[in-house]
Write a protein that binds this ligand. Sequence first.
Ligand SMILES: Cc1cc2nc3c(=O)[nH]c(=O)nc-3n(C[C@H](O)[C@H](O)[C@H](O)COP(=O)(O)O)c2cc1C
Length: 214
Amino acid sequence: MKTKSNLLLLLALPMLMSCGGDGNGAASVPAGVDTAAVVYDNIMTRRSVRKYKPQPVERAKMDSIVACGINAPNGQNRQAYEVRIVDDADFIDGLTKVYVESNPKAAAEPGFKNMFRNAPTVAFIAADTSYDMSVIDCGLLGGNMVLSAWSMGVGSCCLGSPTRFMLETPAAKPYLDKLGFSDGYKLLYVIGFGYPDETPAAKPRRTDMVRYVD
Ligand SMILES: Cc1cc2nc3c(=O)[nH]c(=O)nc-3n(C[C@H](O)[C@H](O)[C@H](O)COP(=O)(O)O)c2cc1C
């Protein structure tokens, strides 16, 4: 993963994309940095990661990643989401135990550590069900989070499957309850974060579904 260009972005992007721990900081661009190239490279090299080193992402770094998330565009600036970050192994492993009881084959996958594609830090994102655009807010939030994380050397994987499990499985409810989302907010998806222990290849993208209309 640490190609020459990635090294550049690893050095420069935390400065370029640092959104400030309070969520309101302005980015400062170092002199001589080709911002467009760095940002483009960060977007194009990001991959979903499913094998991680064991340590959780430092909370200060997660704060920066969340700050980038909440600085994404969002409908009417309602910021119609709630985010819960979990790096507690007891939570992750306890819920995974419930998951494996229902899906014993999952644990047989090589390198299986947990139901969040093995991530040691997990962000749970809930949408405000009273606002019809909230799922877009949540998606843009997560987009900024995974890209800013990548710029800091942190891998991630958006996850729908554990979300469905948590919403549909009575035995998972105590864990959902512990997240403490407010009334009117519903878990929409999960993003696993951690330091990558693999370098996945890019998956091909289609372009035939996009065209200009003259
Ligand atoms: C909404 C959403 C749900 C996803 N759910 C899962 C999942 O349950 N399990 C998984 O391994 N990957 C999941 N992914 C990751 C995608 O498989 C991945 O982004 C896609 O294959 C493209 O690969 P890339 O992210 O490496 O470019 C999900 C991604 C998104 C955006």
